[in-house]
Design a binder for this molecule. Structure first.
Ligand SMILES: [Zn+2]
Length: 278
């Protein structure tokens, strides 16, 4: 018998929202197909309607998943697998992890698709929305003249090792100091008091703390993409929240204090959401 990997239930949602503050310039590259003629070598992804740069949910989710997989591989809580056994799936040339272990946080949060080695597909419990540029950042960026709409051009050089001749290339970035609104939803398929739910939430919070010390997008090892998560809010919305006219009173909201670090905030939210008395 294959293990049950989902309850098939929906008991509510947890919304995690806040601001992504760019401590350095941020480059989330657009694919070659959408490159504009006469454009820069390496443009950023933009909303086709507003032309504003944004951070695709897939970029944030991909980063969180890769952090989760490396963390799980280091921990090897549920098995002792070699690197090739653990990162067992390959899409194009990219290797990653998927499995049917019921407790695996990676696959609980981000899902898995069935194949010869994985009997059952698993739904993702975590949804990550696209992060839009905040209005205040747009206003500030509109006032600076860089020759590009709301972005900057950074020149990087590759040096020939023998002649020291430089080969320049251009990287378009969202400037340091910009702010984006981010939002995640976690689907509850068991009560908050269930051990796997609290450990899922603990895992999400841990990944967000890791992201704070990691980078988003391209050229991370060369100074781009350092972000800081700020002004976090966590909302618990049981199904009764979604009954017409009942909403607000059924929601529990937790707001990060002004001088409260991420870790301290998340620890308090976990106690409130999943602690004794639930
Ligand atoms: Zn897994």
């Amino acid at each position: 018998m294959a293990p049950m990997l989902t309850t098939g239930k929906l008991l509510g949602k947890i919304k995690i929202a806040g601001e992504l503050y760019c401590q350095t310039g941020l480059h989330i590259g657009a694919s070659q197909e959408v490159m504009e003629i006469g454009g820069v070598d390496s443009p950023v992804v933009r909303d086709p309607l507003t032309r504003e740069p944004y951070i695709p949910g897939s970029s944030i989710k991909g980063k969180l998943r890769s952090l989760a997989e490396k963390k799980a591989f280091a921990g090897q809580e549920f098995s002792e697998k070699s690197i090739g056994e653990f990162f067992n799936k390959r899409v194009d040339k990219v290797r990653h992890h998927e499995c049917n272990v019921p407790e695996c946080h990676v696959c609980r949060l981000f899902g898995a698709s069935s194949d010869g080695n994985i009997p059952q597909s698993r739904p993702a419990r975590l949804y990550v929305e696209d992060a839009a540029l905040k209005g205040e950042s747009k206003e500030l960026l509109e006032k600076i003249d860089t020759g590009l709409y709301l972005t900057e051009l950074k020149f990087e050089n590759t040096l020939d090792r023998l002649t020291s001749a430089a080969t320049p290339r251009q990287l378009e970035r969202v400037p340091r100091g910009s702010r984006f609104n981010f939002c995640f939803f976690y689907n509850l398929d068991e009560p908050l008091s269930a051990p796997l739910i609290s450990s899922d939430l603990e895992e999400i919070f841990s990944l967000l703390q890791l992201l704070n010390d990691d980078f988003l997008g391209g050229s991370g090892s060369r100074g781009s993409g350092r972000v800081e998560l700020q002004r976090l809010r966590v909302h618990y919305r049981p199904l009764s929240y979604y009954l017409p006219g009942r909403g607000a009173e059924k929601e529990e909201t937790y707001v990060q204090g002004q001088d409260q670090g991420l870790g301290q905030f998340f620890a308090e939210v976990l106690v409130q959401l999943c602690g004794e008395g639930r």
